[in-house]
Design a protein around this ligand. Structure first.
Ligand code: HEC
Length: 131
């Protein structure tokens, strides 16, 4: 019985730790990506924008599942898990719009997609951080 409890709590702890890693990995990857995209637009460096957009895509994919997102919402915000997950969906769509516009050399539209993406980051953070 005692051993069972210890085992169970270790499993729960490991579960929590790996979930934590996923969030942190996702956020730091997206942060790096957004920084590259911004630098790319400011310096007119399309390759840098593309590199950044790949990173954001990768990071966003790690943190897009509603169940995972819900784990990170404060208790009184858990009912907003769907709204938070919409931000992740919006980022995925914006990345597509950004890449399509880059291919068409429509840089202003691509830059707008970047701004929209940044808003989507803030929308989820506003829920998480009670801004
Ligand atoms: C679906 C929700 C959600 C979205 C979308 C989201 N984040 Fe986060 N972000 C979180 C959570 C949860 C945390 C951790 C709690 C906190 O920092 O308040 C976090 C924290 C962070 C942190 C601090 C990391 C740390 O270890 O403290 C950075 C940087 C970050 N996010 C970047 C981004 C960027 C860039 C985007 C958009 C491209 C983004 N996030 C979109 C939920 C989200």
């Amino acid at each position: 019985m005692k051993l069972g409890k210890i085992l169970l709590s270790s499993i729960l702890l490991i579960g929590t730790l790996s979930a934590e890693d996923i969030m942190q990995k996702s956020m730091s990857t997206m942060e790096q990506g957004m920084t590259k995209i911004q630098k790319g637009f400011l310096n007119n460096n399309v390759d840098l924008i593309k590199e950044g957009s790949m990173l954001v895509k990768e990071g966003n994919a790690l943190f897009s599942d509603t169940k995972v997102i819900k784990e990170y919402l404060p208790a009184d915000k858990k009912h907003m898990a769907n709204v938070a997950a919409n931000s992740s969906e919006r980022i995925a769509l914006d990345i597509n719009v950004l890449e399509l516009n880059l291919d068409n050399k429509a840089y202003l539209n691509a830059a707008n997609a970047y701004s929209d993406m940044l808003n989507a980051c803030s929308k989820c953070h506003a829920i998480v951080r009670k801004w």
